[in-house]
Design a binder for this molecule. Structure first.
Ligand code: OGA
Ligand code: MN
Length: 299
């Protein structure tokens, strides 16, 4: 077996979304294999691996090839009893701590519906996410796709005036904004402190490819120095532009798929499925090394 990476859609999106074959990533990788995968990530932004029967331990070990891991502190369960033991595995499921499907009106479930909005993982943390690695442990019989949008292509296709206008803009990101936009406000005082807005550049430069992309997310709720309605209208326009179907790859999950995406170059969103069915996905997250503000200063 030799590692090979092919575009998922060679005709309409030859540079976005790759399918990897010829490698078992549940066992330790060689440095060369890890480097080839990282190069594939730089090229495609999203990589799909099929048939990878991960345990959490093996998924954590694979993820560490790409940098230090981020704690799973973005959900309402942080600091409380969790279904998943490791503090570095995000529970992207509709299950409670006894592995029962959450009730339709469960607070955790309603909060997690925020994933249906286009976002980049952990943009609400001062140092946001580099890669997210999502392992499909159990999937519903229909629906539940994940969609990915290419934020490099989105940036490249803006007109020059708009590129100049947004080049130095800084946004505030918070989960309080994204949840407010779907009418979820059931936060404790502690959650509100943990989810205080952080600053992120609107245009970011990828640390390894040097390509520019739009750093957008449902979490972005303000632009520094702009009136809020004007900022929100601008952010909506940009998200609408960036998520045109020509920039989007829709992943239809099979059990034991692992999908890795580069949050520095993409946005993603979950699609709906029957809430009575089980969907159990485990996500590990590699952190960036700096905030986008620090990256811009260092450049
Ligand atoms: C995530 C996420 C989307 C999905 O894991 O970060 O947004 O389809 N998931 O579950
Ligand atoms: Mn996400």
């Amino acid at each position: 077996m030799t590692l090979s990476i092919q575009p998922l859609d060679p005709v309409s999106r030859p540079f976005f979304g790759g399918e990897v074959s010829g490698i078992d990533i549940t066992r330790p990788l060689t440095a060369d294999e890890a480097m080839s995968i990282e190069k594939g990530m730089d090229q495609y932004g999203v990589l799909v691996f099929h048939g990878q029967k991960f345990t959490d331990e093996a998924q954590l070990a694979f993820s560490r090839n790409f940098g230090p891991l981020e704690e799973a502190s973005g959900d309402l369960n942080w600091g409380k009893a969790r279904r998943i033991e490791s503090a570095y595995v995000n529970d992207i499921s509709n299950l409670d701590n006894d592995n029962k499907v959450l009730a339709a009106d469960d607070r955790k479930r309603l909060f997690s519906l925020g994933n249906r909005l286009w976002h980049s993982d952990s943009s609400f943390k001062a140092v946001p996410a580099k890669y997210s690695l999502l392992s499909a442990r159990s999937i519903p019989t229909a629906g539940g796709n994940t969609e990915f949008a290419d934020m490099r292509a989105a940036y490249d296709t803006l007109d020059d005036d708009l590129k100049a206008e947004i080049q130095d803009l800084v946004c505030e990101h918070s989960q309080l904004y994204s949840r407010a936009s779907i009418g979820f406000s059931d936060f404790t005082d502690e959650d509100r402190v943990r989810f205080e807005p952080v600053l992120q550049k609107l245009v970011r430069t990828h640390p390894s490819t040097g390509r520019k992309s739009l750093f957008l997310a449902s979490h972005a709720g303000a632009i520094i120095g702009w009136p809020v309605p004007e900022a929100r209208a601008m952010l909506r326009d940009l998200i609408e532009h960036a998520t045109q179907r020509k920039f989007v790859y829709a992943h239809e999950w099979k059990q034991w798929d692992l999908v890795v995406w580069d949050n520095q170059a993409t946005m993603h969103r979950a699609r709906p499925f029957d809430p009575k069915e089980v969907r159990d996905m485990h996500r590990t997250t590699v952190g960036c090394l700096q905030s986008t503000m620090e990256q811009a200063q260092a450049a």
